[in-house]
Design a protein around this ligand. Sequence first.
Ligand SMILES: [Zn+2]
Length: 310
Amino acid sequence: MNKNDIREGELALINRHTRTPLTENDVYAFSVILCDNDIDRDLERFSDNALDELAKLFDGVTGITDHNPKSDNQTARIFSCKSEFVPDKFTSDGKPYKRLFARAYVPSSQADFIRSIESGIKKEVSIGCSVKRRICSICGRDISLCPHTKGKYYEDQLCFVTLDKPTDAYEWSFVAVPAQKNAGVIKNFDLKGNDEMNVEKRLFSGEEQTFSAEEVRELAETFRSLKQKAADGEVYRNSLVREIKTLSAFALPDMSADTLDCMTKNLSVVQLNELIKSLETKTADVLPTEPQLAKNGNSRTSNNTIYKNI
Ligand SMILES: [Zn+2]
């Protein structure tokens, strides 16, 4: 963040966004670093290409300059944005450092904000954007589809995420923290508008569709992961059915095993759990538990939990 007046040609860029043309006296312009390609505290980085794309997406986007709930939120607007390498600067893993550098303006009436910029208090920026790809550093696949976990080590290699293919940049704002060395960027990701959703939508559209090789790979990964989840679900479902059979032996002794099988076959997991609950209530009637025993004055059995875990 630099203290800076309007530079040559910038007024024209600002006036693209205003209803009535502003003069140099009406506005205050400043520089802000929105994000970069270094691995941040969330173990995420933007790819170099993502920064190029974000430069286009952030032009004209407004940001909140004041998070004080007592005052009306003030906004600044980005009027120029570019990605740039910084000479002789490298990321923590030794790549040439690249950042997203923006110029923004506020009305010159925002004296408090301008003062806080000039004193260096407002340093940290949070951005809101959507990305299509979150690439795992270990295997190069989408982190939501691969077995690796961000922050874990795999044979001495730390798993981090590269954010790629941004689809939308919708906000930025200053985070109320005191100036600090190596102030980072906090990101809020909103996956709405994620293209993976569109792949799914297209898949279920009922119409003929063409998918790219990359989309086919994603669909195959999703399918594989769903199959695994379905297998796990089946194990869980079977355990519920077994529990129902055990409880029914007490609560519904006249019901045949066949009828029971027919009944449980078409029930969802939620319905199976409901059935277990009502069978447990019924079993409690058949096999009195502690309150009734206690009422009978048999205090020695009040800690008897034998029937609780049938
Ligand atoms: Zn992975």
